[in-house]
Ligand binder design. Structure first.
Ligand SMILES: C[C@@H](O)CC(=O)SCCNC(=O)CCNC(=O)[C@H](O)C(C)(C)COP(=O)(O)OP(=O)(O)OC[C@H]1O[C@@H](n2cnc3c(N)ncnc32)[C@H](O)[C@@H]1OP(=O)(O)O
Length: 701
């Protein structure tokens, strides 16, 4: 839905026109806002009382860039003429060459088109720790308001390439060091300093910077071209390459020529499937925490400041790390001192990883670690706001832990389990606190993986769900709110991904070819490489759980068991990353045992059919997850696939990808494979019904 942004202008007695962008929550630039900006700039330029202009944002933030709804609308109509003329019409003609100098007063963040407006100004004043960046490549496009030209001219080619390719932001402090920001002042002083700075430019006391004309930061042309050449070797995704080409155009032919090429390339990319997929992911990610009847009934989240983690193993120590890095105090409950020490060492190692990656300094690491305390005594849990149980998947152990925490914690304390397999109703069976029991299913490594499944039972109270959604946002996680079922949303939808490849292998399809097809599609690892890496034990446990829950459609392959019996434990056993063709004889043994290949001969399939035979069953199971109401909306599964299984984000996620193919086609293929190879491919009712009506499987956010 198009948001109506608005722009205000006030002309002060000092002769400065203060133009303010106002479009909560991020002052994004709608079409009307851009037209209003042009009009106010022209009015200020024409007004004799105005000497200079200050551009600011309302509510403590500058601007989050072009309003996503503008791009959505272009996608909806397939019409790039619906894009605004902001790059030349506003930034160059009104801001940069508008005869009266502009100063940007930045606070909070200036991102995408927001930073581009600011770079068109003669100077930039910012408050401390403001975020500055051009994240357009994360949306499948490139900057469209001159960012590819002005950023290199303000911070240098190398830094500009890093910022653009990574879509990462820098702080105003780093921007000051680089020359992107001219001064850093408090929010109280921001507008005053910006006004004075603008008047100083008029009086010649401050330089009037036209960043598009600047060349000193670019350095020698051959050096810049060399930087771009080496970047091309690292970044091969088409729109990344296109961005580098646009920067190069400006370096060779001048900033204005670069702006014109940027505008052309931006408009070519905006309608690409990648742009559509990544925009869908952006919106779907923000939709996951909206739960009808829960988050829209006026409940305010309660603060969760102190958390107990019961169990300090791989998951428990990862969860404890995620908590203390988010400045939440943790009491880690274990059963003996040895386990506590082991858990603390794991947490230290996790934090050291952040230090190694430059995300934490040693001093901050010490302070963070001081938030962690070990205990053997449930007494120490008496004042925690939440308990996260993270012990082994042992029902009785979990039930007794929940009994103990109910005895020792406050009546408001939230009881969560990190279980990935056991029903929360069963875990909380020996308590009378079902309204404050839910699952918080994080994915290992818990301190790094962004996804978390919040598993609600029929009895979990809306208040507790609202509390935990807010809590996961503080951890900088992406929550998906799901209902109880085997595998919840992520593992349930991707169970077929654990079986389909084996089924194809038993049909005689070469397993190394399968891995190649799947990695060429965009998965980081092929399914057999993944089995090898994660270890066959975890794989067997996962399949066992799915077979027990859904025997009607599980494909039981002896292949992995045979691998284990032949002493092939995968990477855990030190297997090498390159293909080891000696496993072929084990695959042939499995083929003989299952005897599903017609006439005992390998089937003939194309690469495309391999991809479809592996991912259409995933789509099919996801349809059942949707139909059973396990997720709030279909696009939640897109986020589950992208963040839980690294399904290529530029596809938009597994359901968005499926809809690009079409429900009828998917249904027809599954139906034919069902007839040929059995119930593993049996189309779900949801899919059959949607296909019959020619309806999409996913749906907008
Ligand atoms: C001209 C060209 O260069 C093209 C561009 O400018 S493309 C746009 C470039 N800008 C971005 O990519 C910024 C995207 N937004 C963010 O990174 C973040 O939203 C934020 C850092 C601005 C704020 O983060 P946070 O405080 O965590 O808030 P949320 O991300 O949850 O967002 C809050 C709501 O604001 C909506 N929103 C965010 N950005 C935009 C936008 N550019 N246009 C329209 N709406 C935006 C977001 O969808 C949330 O909405 P909700 O209804 O509350 O879910």
């Amino acid at each position: 839905m198009a948001r109506k942004g608005s722009i205000n202008m006030e002309i002060g007695n000092d002769g400065v026109a203060l133009i303010t962008m106002l479009n909560p929550p991020v002052n994004a630039l709608t079409l009307s806002a851009i037209e209003e900006l042009k009009r106010y700039y022209q009015e200020a330029i024409d007004c004799d009382n105005v000497k200079a202009i200050v551009l600011s944002g309302a509510d403590g933030r500058f601007c989050g860039g072009l309003d996503i709804s503008v791009v959505e609308n272009v996608h909806k109509h397939g019409d790039i003429s619906l894009l605004p003329d902001a790059s030349v019409g506003l930034v160059i003609n009104k801001i940069e060459n508008g005869k009266k100098p502009s100063v940007a007063a930045i606070q909070g963040f200036a991102l995408g088109g927001g930073l581009e407006l600011a770079m068109g100004c003669s100077a930039r004043i910012a408050t401390p720790k403001s975020d500055l960046g051009l994240p357009e490549l994360k949306l499948g496009v490139i900057p469209g308001c001159g960012g590819t030209q002005r950023l290199p001219r303000l911070v240098g080619t190398s830094k500009a390439v890093d910022m653009l390719m990574s879509s990462k932001t820098i702080t105003s402090e780093e921007g000051k060091e680089l020359g992107l920001i001219d001064a850093i002042v408090s929010s109280e002083e921001l507008l005053t300093v910006a006004r004075c700075w603008a008047l100083d430019i008029v009086e010649g006391r401050q330089p009037n910077c036209n960043s598009l004309q600047k060349t000193d930061k670019l350095g020698p042309q051959d050096e810049s071209l060399e930087i771009l050449k080496s970047a091309r070797q690292r970044y091969t995704v088409p729109h990344y390459r296109a961005c580098l080409d646009v920067i190069e155009e400006g370096i060779i032919s001048g900033g204005y020529s670069g702006v014109l090429k940027e505008d052309k390339v931006f408009k070519e990319l905006v309608l690409s499937n990648t742009a559509k997929g990544l925009l869908h992911v952006f919106l779907a990610e923000r939709a996951t925490s909206k739960v009808p009847g829960v988050t829209d009934i006026g409940l305010k989240p309660r603060r969760i400041e102190k958390v107990a983690v019961v169990g300090g193993g791989l998951m428990g120590s990862g969860i404890a790390t995620a908590l203390i890095i988010s400045n939440i105090s943790v009491v880690l409950k274990e059963i003996n001192h040895e386990y506590i020490l082991k858990a603390v060492k794991s947490v230290e190692a996790n934090l050291q990883g952040f230090v190694t990656r430059g995300k934490l300094n040693q001093d901050k690491m010490k302070k963070t670690l001081s938030l962690l305390k070990g205990t053997l005594d449930y007494e120490e849990l008496k004042d925690v706001d939440m308990v996260i149980e993270a012990v082994n998947e042992d029902v009785s152990l979990k039930q007794s832990i929940f009994e103990d925490i109910e005895k020792n914690c406050t009546s408001e304390c939230i009881f969560a389990s990190n279980t990935s397999t056991i029903s929360l109703d069963v875990i909380g069976k020996r308590t009378s606190s079902q309204d404050r029991i839910l699952g918080i299913h994080l994915f290992s490594p818990a301190h790094l993986m962004p996804l978390v499944e919040i598993v609600r039972t029929e009895k979990t109270s809306p208040q507790v769900i609202v509390d935990v959604i807010k809590f996961t946002k503080i951890l900088k996680k992406v929550p998906i709110i799901v209902k109880n079922c085997t595998g919840f949303a992520v593992n349930r939808s991707f169970f077929p991904y654990m079986q389909g490849p084996d089924l194809l292998a038993n049909l005689g399809v070469d397993i190394f070819r399968i891995d190649r097809v799947i990695t060429e599609f965009g998965m980081r690892l092929g399914p057999f490489q993944l089995q090898d890496l994660t270890g066959y034990g975890i794989f067997l446990a996962g399949v066992k759980e799915f077979v027990a829950a859904f025997p009607d459609r599980a494909f039981q392959s002896p292949l992995v068991q045979l691998m284990v019996e032949n002493g092939r434990e995968g990477k855990k056993n030190g297997s090498k990353p390159e293909a080891d063709h000696s496993v072929i004889q084990i695959v042939e043994e499995s083929m003989r045992l299952t005897n599903i290949a017609p006439g005992g001969k390998p089937i003939s399939v194309t690469d495309e059919e391999i991809l479809e035979m592996i991912f259409f069953p995933v789509v099919n199971e996801a349809c059942r997850v949707i139909e059973e109401g396990i997720v709030v909306r279909a696009s939640d599964i897109d986020i589950a696939s992208v963040h839980g299984f690294k399904f290529p984000s530029e596809t938009g996620g597994v359901m968005f990808w499926a809809d690009a193919i079409g429900s009828e086609y998917i249904y027809s293929k599954l139906k034919s494979w069902h007839e040929a190879y059995g119930d593993f491919f049996k189309p779900s009712t949801f899919l059959e019904q949607r296909a019959a009506k020619g309806l999409p499987l996913g749906g907008s956010c």
